[in-house]
Design a protein around this ligand. Structure first.
Ligand SMILES: NC(=O)c1ccc[n+]([C@@H]2O[C@H](COP(=O)([O-])OP(=O)(O)OC[C@H]3O[C@@H](n4cnc5c(N)ncnc54)[C@H](OP(=O)(O)O)[C@@H]3O)[C@@H](O)[C@H]2O)c1
Length: 208
């Protein structure tokens, strides 16, 4: 039986997700939703996806979904995922699950209330190197972990309008790449951080 995915968003990472689904025997992306019917249809046609919609509601109303992958910009995650959960459809939500802990708690409450699965797409948790490190720590092969040094980054040309920099789209390094070392620390130490600090990027950036 095929596991049918719906997708909210059809940008950069959706194409990576689509390539990954290609190598899974029993999974398929059957529907995609964006904000614009023409853009969604063009993406669906280019990637062999059967149905395209211009709202999450329309995609859910069409039915037939086993789960939805939410890969639109950060501020839209909560609304899209909440609609899916309320419709009884499990969600895999891109990182950051939502832009704040308060809204993420709201989303988790909805998932718990509806009894429907929700997960943040924190892919680094599944890296074999992470699993090996965890196993060594659990076996106490490297003693008590006292400190973690971790880095995650990539080169991004400064563009104040791009979601990576645009604060209206919850841009900035903390939510885009900082989440990976933070998630690693949380996973290794088993507690939430007491504080998180981020620096300024420069041109086009404003202090939060
Ligand atoms: N796991 C990873 O390694 C990884 C890597 C990159 C990004 N991400 C995450 O994935 C998310 C998307 O990043 P991206 O780089 O793929 O962004 P992107 O290239 O800008 O694509 C965003 C997509 O979402 C659609 N969209 C925008 N607003 C929407 C809304 N309100 N409702 C529904 N669709 C909407 C856009 O299409 P329309 O404008 O046509 O609606 C576009 O197709 C971010 O949260 C990011 O953190 C994760």
């Amino acid at each position: 039986m095929t596991f049918n995915w719906g997708m909210v968003g059809h940008g950069h990472i959706s194409t990576t997700f689509g390539a990954a689904i290609q190598v899974v025997d029993d999974a398929e992306i059957v529907a995609v939703a964006g904000r614009n019917a023409d853009r969604s249809a063009a993406y669906a046609q280019a990637h062999g996806i059967g149905a395209a919609h211009d709202t999450v509601e329309a995609m859910l109303a069409a039915g037939g979904l086993d789960a939805v992958y939410v890969c639109s910009p950060h501020p839209s995650h909560q609304d899209a995922a909440t609609k899916c959960l309320r419709a009884g459809v499990p969600v895999l939500v891109e990182k950051p699950m939502t832009p704040s802990s308060a809204t993420t708690k709201e989303l988790i409450d909805v998932a718990r209330g509806e009894g429907v699965f929700a997960m943040e797409a924190m892919w680094t948790r599944f890296l074999p190197a992470y699993e090996q490190a965890r196993a060594w720590i659990d076996d106490r092969r490297i003693g008590e972990v006292q400190q973690l040094e971790a880095a995650f980054g990539f080169r991004a040309p400064v563009d104040p309008d791009h979601r990576l920099f645009n604060l209206d789209l919850a841009g900035g390094s903390t939510l885009d790449v900082g989440v990976y070392p933070i998630a690693l620390a949380q996973w290794l130490f088993g507690v939430a951080p007491t504080s998180v600090a981020g620096g300024r990027l420069g041109r086009g950036d404003r202090r939060r």
